[in-house]
Design a binder for this molecule. Structure first.
Ligand SMILES: Nc1ncnc2c1ncn2[C@@H]1O[C@H](COP(=O)(O)OP(=O)(O)OP(=O)(O)O)[C@@H](O)[C@H]1O
Ligand SMILES: [Mg+2]
Length: 257
């Protein structure tokens, strides 16, 4: 499934007028492609992601999945992973993974089987009966990913999922999940504040300007995924990282493209 955003504007009505969050954004994500989005705080990244998942109606333009306009959220098409994990504290790890399936009409037995499989996929098979508070932040984040994967979405939309974690955990989790996601062949859109993450994960990095968020640049990152951590020491990596750094430093508030 190809996800296609065309001429997208998103305007929020606010006191005293309109707030333009995203302006004239066009992009597409191919099946199996990993796209990262980077840009200054408040530039419209989360807004864009919500629109891509059908959670927000575009003011202008369209979001299409394989040529069909998306008019609302469909967790089997696009699943979200948010920064705060949004796990239910009173449910166990496995119940948290099952819940979307049960809402979607799976039998208890099927939900259990799929949840076990996804927990294995994120390396948490042994933690299924624990509660979220008994897990580290990185582990909770992996539960959130397992939950998102449980519905076999065609796309995974992740909004700074590693924001709350320390650098080392982010890296370890990043390598780990990157590998698993690459094998699953899913399209992924990841918003991040980290230049390293933006380059390391991506087939393509999209740089947004400060609000109203417009696409300043799309940069292709070469190199097969999953990538070893040493990828961060290659010329390909450092060149793209430097380019992103200068785009963002030179104030993506101005028109750069
Ligand atoms: N529901 C809303 N109503 C009105 N304005 C909103 C709403 N949601 C977001 N905004 C505004 O839209 C702009 C873009 O917000 P958004 O959350 O998309 O930015 P962001 O790039 O994700 O920022 P951050 O990096 O800090 O997460 C901001 O100015 C924000 O105040
Ligand atoms: Mg955001």
């Amino acid at each position: 499934m190809t996800l296609k955003v065309q001429d997208l504007d998103i305007i929020y009505p606010v006191d005293g007028g309109d707030l333009v969050a995203c302006q004239n954004i066009s992009l597409s994500v191919q099946p199996g492609e990993f796209v990262t989005v980077i840009g200054p705080s408040g530039c419209g990244k989360s807004t864009l992601l919500h629109a891509m998942g059908g959670m927000l109606r575009p003011t202008r333009g369209t979001v299409e999945a394989d040529g069909t306009v998306i008019t609302g959220p469909d967790p089997r098409k696009a699943a979200f992973v948010f920064q705060d994990y949004s796990l239910l504290p009173w449910k166990t790890v496995i119940q948290n993974v099952e819940i979307g399936l049960i809402f979607a009409g799976s039998t208890k037995k099927d939900a259990r089987r799929i949840a076990v499989e996804k927990l294995e996929r994120v390396g948490l098979a042994g933690y299924r009966d624990m509660y979220p508070r008994q897990l580290s932040g990185g582990m909770q984040q992996r539960v959130a990913v397992a939950r998102a994967l449980a519905l076999e979405p065609e796309y995974l939309l992740m909004d700074e999922p590693f924001g709350a974690l320390d650098e080392q955990t982010r890296r370890a989790l990043g390598v780990d999940l990157g590998e698993r996601l690459s094998k699953s062949g899913r399209g992924v859109v990841l918003i991040t504040h980290s230049l390293e993450e933006a380059v390391y994960w991506a087939d393509r990095v999209i740089v947004l300007s400060s609000r109203p968020g417009r696409i300043v640049k799309e940069i292709q990152v070469h190199g097969d995924r999953p990538r070893p951590l040493e990828f961060m020491t290659t010329e390909g990596f450092t060149e793209v990282r430097a380019e992103l750094f200068s785009l963002i430093e030179s104030g993506s508030s101005q028109e750069i493209a």
